[in-house]
Design a protein around this ligand. Structure first.
Ligand code: BES
Ligand code: ZN
Length: 454
């Protein structure tokens, strides 16, 4: 492996330069004003794959394009499908960035820009590692396919149809993804659980126009209050979800799993202090890691109602909108949960207002069998690349396509985490450690070798 690793080290500046160039493209998938940029980010990675020696193409969808590529020169060997996403979350609030979100700056050990860790930096690590292998040896020890999409951050609405339509071309023994985190600095990890998601927008409508709150207040139901009552009915003061039937399908943690979580070096006080909260909060009877990784949750994500500009306006608003989402765990079914919550809201909605519940996106929860040979091979590769054995962990986040890969291709995913929990994903000043980037590139090269040896 020395030749490949040496090449990866020699190319260090080129890896960084490529990442910087990709990060300069504002591929915000949710914002149609950025559609041309989003496409440019796809074209950038298409060119990178082609330059690395892969047969690659850009596939149009009703939304943002999907880039696919492959090298299939080892007919008797296994096949890995590498997944990543080139789209990013909006950079807002832009004023809180130390510099432009799409003007990547190297600050000490980190590169800072929207998409640095989620997921351009991590996806590029996979592509550069495999690309370097191919450049040095002229061949790979396993077959490799790539699927790099541009709609992950909006729930991958067009990806399942694409995968179903090209399932033979995408067939693989395992999927490789780097879109998660290490457990902590210096403690690399492999993720074995992701949460599912149901995201809803609820609109409560009252009078046919905004009203003077003195002339009409007291005589007409205020949609803002009605919405707040509805939202408060979803959770109790401890954070336990109160929708009837919500917990019915939750697979409880085993004693062994709880013990394994407890054995991880989690510093709860440091976690609390870093977030600047007076106390942590959550479902009674569970530790913080259990709450975040293995218990379903519900959070308000946004509220819009009445006057939110400067100063006061005495208004009784005609409508109120709330966005909230539930993170699900195995074996909760997003469709069933959506039906339960919609029924609950309709039952509690007062007759004085009308209610509209609109699903925005979702994902199914995932549990990966931790004893699969692929995860063991991945653990050996991480140990070689990071110089330290990885721990197995779960995440509170979601990657919608992972369940689709299992359902349609029958393939489990290897979820590598190159990022860190404090990388500010989806937040201002997103960063990615350049050391993790480099180690990640080397890890992937080792992973090809470990998978070939299975
Ligand atoms: N990289 C994240 C998933 C993730 C989050 C992994 C936290 C580990 C920890 C991914 O890009 C993401 O943000 N996914 C969305 C999916 C949603 C829009 C359907 C999420 O979890 O909110
Ligand atoms: Zn994300």
């Amino acid at each position: 492996m020395n030749d490949v690793i040496q090449k990866i080290r020699d190319e260090k500046d080129a890896h960084r330069a490529k990442l910087q160039e990709w990060l300069r493209i504002p591929s915000v998938s949710t914002d149609s004003r950025h559609n041309a940029d989003t496409r440019r980010a796809a074209e950038f990675i298409l060119a990178e794959l082609q330059e690395s020696g892969f047969e690659a193409r850009l596939n149009d969808t009703p939304g943002h394009p999907v880039v696919t590529a492959e090298w299939l020169g080892a007919p008797d060997a296994r096949t890995l499908l590498v997944y990543g996403h080139y789209d990013v979350q909006p950079p807002d609030p832009v004023a809180l960035w130390r510099h432009g979100p799409f003007e990547p700056v190297i600050e000490g050990e980190n590169i800072v820009a929207r998409g640095a860790t989620d997921d351009k930096g991590q996806a590029l690590a996979l592509i550069r590692g495999i690309g370097a292998f191919l450049r040095v040896r002229g061949r790979l020890p396993v077959n490799v396919k790539f699927l790099i999409e541009g709609e992950e951050e909006i729930g991958s609405p067009n990806l399942e149809p694409f995968i179903r339509g090209t399932r033979d071309a995408l067939a693989a023994d395992a999927v490789l993804i780097a879109d998660c985190s290490q457990f902590a600095p210096g403690i690399p990890a492999i993720t074995v659980g992701l949460k599912g998601l149901v995201y809803l927008e609820v609109t409560v409508t009252g009078p046919n126009r905004d009203l003077h709150s003195g002339s009409f207040g007291g005589a007409v139901e205020n949609p803002g209050h009605a919405l707040c009552r509805l939202l408060s009915s979803l959770k109790d003061d401890d954070g336990r979800v109160t929708i009837p039937g919500f917990y019915d399908d939750v697979i409880p943690l085993t004693d062994e799993e709880r013990a394994a979580f407890r054995a991880l070096p989690f510093d709860e006080e440091r976690y609390r202090a870093d977030l600047g909260v007076a106390r942590l909060h959550g479902e009674p009877g569970f530790t913080t890691l259990e709450r975040v990784w293995a218990r379903p949750t519900l959070d308000v994500n946004g509220l819009v109602c009445g006057w939110t500009g400067e100063g006061a306006k005495t208004v009784l608003p005609a409508r109120a909108t709330g966005k909230f989402s539930m993170r699900l765990v195995a074996a909760q079914d997003p469709a069933k949960i959506q039906a339960l919550v919609t029924e609950h809201l309709n039952r509690l909605c007062p007759p004085t207002v009308s209610l509209e519940v609109k699903p925005l996106h979702g994902a199914e929860p995932v549990l990966v069998p931790a004893d699969s040979p692929y995860l063991k091979a991945a653990a050996r590769a991480v140990a070689r690349g990071f110089g330290k054995e990885p721990v197995f962990m779960r995440e509170g986040g979601s990657i919608p396509v992972v369940a689709t890969f299992k359902k349609v291709l029958g393939a489990d995913s290897i979820l590598l985490g190159l990022g860190l929990n404090d990388d500010n994903a989806h937040s201002p000043n997103e960063k990615f450690s350049l050391e993790s980037f480099q180690r990640g590139i080397e890890t992937v090269a080792y992973l090809l070798e470990e998978v070939a040896a299975l």
